[in-house]
Design a protein around this ligand. Sequence first.
Ligand SMILES: Nc1ncnc2c1ncn2[C@@H]1O[C@H](COP(=O)(O)OP(=O)(O)O)[C@@H](O)[C@H]1O
Ligand code: SF4
Ligand SMILES: [Mg+2]
Length: 350
Amino acid sequence: MALLEVKELVTYFPHDKGRVQVVDHVSFTVNERECFGIIGESGCGKSMTATSIMRYTNEVGARIAGGEILFEGRDVLSFNKKQLQDYRGGEVSMIMQNPMSALDPLFTVGDQLIETIRRHTGANKKEAYRKAEEIFTFLGIPTDRMKAYPFELSGGMLQRIAGGIAIGADPKLIIADEPTTALDATVQLQYMQLLKKIQRQTKAAILLISHDIRVIQMMCSRIAVMYAGQIVEEGKTEDIMNKPIHPYTKALLSAANPHAVKVDRISTINGQPPFLLNPASTCRFTDRCEHCTKKCLERNTQMYVGSSIEHLHRCILMAEENEKNEENAADRADERSSEDPGTEERKAAV
Ligand SMILES: Nc1ncnc2c1ncn2[C@@H]1O[C@H](COP(=O)(O)OP(=O)(O)O)[C@@H](O)[C@H]1O
Ligand code: SF4
Ligand SMILES: [Mg+2]
């Protein structure tokens, strides 16, 4: 059983003229101890997917209109207040882009970590203090910094401490939403190494959200590519990196590193994602896709099987090409077998 299963999740913001559907039938799973990545441009629904998983949608004015979120098989959308409290921060914790959202400026960082440990693990004050010291040492931060207030620490150190608070409760899943975006390049790399170390040590699964393919590639074994509220491609990291199928994935990869990506033509990624007010069920990438045909504007999209059963994509054209290639391959195989006299005939001829 998967640790987290998101099935056909739909989340929207109410609007005078209907719904701004920011998460649209999104499905994926995160297995135990796995690092699963969600990649996509800014505004494509990554954070709202995480917000829905944490059930913080009401707090930001959004609504979950459909689908399921299962954590260890339990239905998160029907959790009562107590179950939700245990789930948030206890079973699942979140590292946000801005570490200050996890920290209270009025308390020392050590006290905040100790409080998290006590609240979620039932440890007494002494045990929690010892565990907080261990976490600081693990994070590579001198334990005397436990007495510091957030404003006394650098951005990189605060992000490390936010990571420490996320692991303080021994969660089974850590959701890290753009955890390195506010950090400079060298600190970013150190932070990713720290996240890897956290994963090895805690054995927690990680749902890593980023617009930066290098970050996702470094950490994740599987990736979902999101565009305009939908998953447009999903698969193992090596398949997404080496055999991208959807034009948006190709454009995203070639924009990140034009020389490293094996694409037939370098696609452009000019333009903006569409506004998702009452979105159509046809492909959302049509305005920006250089391969767009009449069919793309008329037909509803769905997920298609790509290079393997684990590699899925949402491009009508690529699905058709794939089908044609398969038919041609089957025809060639038929032709070869009809030309081949066969073993019995060969024997007779000898
Ligand atoms: N309060 C809001 N009302 C309407 N739309 C919103 C609101 N907050 C966010 N959005 C829209 O939701 C979409 C998804 O946002 P988000 O999940 O934050 O994207 P990402 O994390 O991928 O950058 C964006 O297009 C954004 O404009
Ligand atoms: S369905 Fe058509 S418009 Fe959409 S990505 Fe594929 S080729 Fe481009
Ligand atoms: Mg975001």
